[in-house]
Design a protein around this ligand. Structure first.
Ligand SMILES: [Zn+2]
Length: 241
C-alpha cells in the first residue's frame, strides 16, 4: 500500500510539472474539482474492476481480434473512466472544420462510451484545445506528431464523499490542417483519452500509430481493445482512504 501511495505522489509531481508549462491555459482555474496536491494521509486505493458501462457491455467482440497487448497501464492501472457520461469540453473556435471534426469524433465514440459536452474546462474530464500542443515532452502524454497530442493527469476528486482517485485529460489539436487530417486526428486522440493508451499496428484501426492517406474509422478491433481495457483493474475512480 505504501508503495502504491509513493506512486501516487510521483504522479502528482508529474502533474505539477505539467502545470508550470500550461500557465497560459485557463483549465487549471480555482473552481476545479480536481486536487493535484494529495495529503500525506491519503492512501491510494487498491486496483479493482469497475462495472462495464451498458454500451460496452452490449458490444460483442468478433473474431477480428484486438491490440490489447499494445496498451500500457500507468502506475494507477488502466486509464478507465467509471462515471458517465464523460464530460468533454471543446474550446470554442471559429474554425468550423476543426469544430466539425471534434464534434464528429465525439459522436462516433459516444456509441461505445457515453460522452456529454460541457461549457467549462474546469468541470470537464477531457478538454480539447484548438491549439498547437505546448512544448514539452514528459510522463503522462501520448503524442503522434506535434500537430496533435493527448496528456493525462492524476489527482484527487474531492467533490465526492469519499474523495476518489481521479484522472483527466487534455487534447491539443492544431486547427491549420486539412479536414481529412483533423477528422482522423480528433478520432485518434479521443480514443487515447477514453483509455486506449497505446497504438495499433494495423492501418485499418483508428488508433494506428501513424498517419495514413485514408484514415480508418473506429474499427471492431478498436472497440474490442477498448472493451478489454475496461475489463481490467485500476486504482482510478476508487475511493481514497
Ligand atoms: Zn496516438
Amino acid at each position: 500500500m505504501r508503495a502504491g501511495w509513493r506512486r501516487a505522489l510521483c504522479w502528482a509531481i508529474a502533474l505539477i510539472a505539467s502545470l508550470s508549462l500550461s500557465l497560459l491555459l485557463p483549465v487549471h482555474a480555482q473552481e476545479s474539482f480536481f486536487d493535484s496536491n494529495p495529503r500525506s494521509s491519503d492512501i491510494a486505493p487498491i486496483p479493482q474492476v469497475h462495472p462495464l458501462p451498458a454500451s460496452l457491455n452490449r458490444w460483442q467482440p468478433d473474431d477480428q481480434g484486438d491490440y490489447f497487448e499494445q496498451i500500457e497501464p500507468i502506475a494507477m492501472g488502466y486509464l478507465i473512466w467509471s462515471r458517465f457520461p464523460i464530460r468533454v469540453f471543446v474550446e470554442p473556435s471559429d474554425r468550423s472544420n476543426w469544430v466539425d471534426a471534434v464534434q464528429q469524433a465525439i459522436g462516433e465514440w459516444t456509441v461505445y462510451l457515453p460522452l456529454v459536452t460541457v461549457d467549462r474546462a474546469e468541470t470537464a474530464d477531457i478538454a480539447i484545445w484548438c491549439r498547437t500542443p505546448p512544448l514539452q515532452w514528459n510522463r503522462g502524454e501520448l503524442g503522434r506528431v506535434r500537430s496533435a497530442e493527448t496528456r493525462f493527469e492524476v489527482g484527487i476528486d474531492r467533490s465526492t464523499d469519499p474523495p476518489l482517485l481521479a484522472h483527466r485529460l487534455q487534447i491539443w489539436l492544431r486547427p491549420d490542417q486539412t479536414a481529412n487530417y483533423l477528422q482522423a486526428a480528433a478520432r485518434h486522440e479521443l480514443g487515447h483519452a477514453l483509455g486506449i493508451w497505446g497504438h495499433s499496428l494495423e492501418p485499418t484501426d483508428a488508433l494506428y500509430f501513424s498517419q495514413v492517406r485514408n484514415p480508418a474509422a473506429i474499427s471492431a478491433r478498436d472497440v474490442n481493445t477498448l472493451k478489454r481495457i475496461y475489463q481490467q483493474p485500476t486504482r482510478l475512480g476508487w475511493a481514497i482512504e
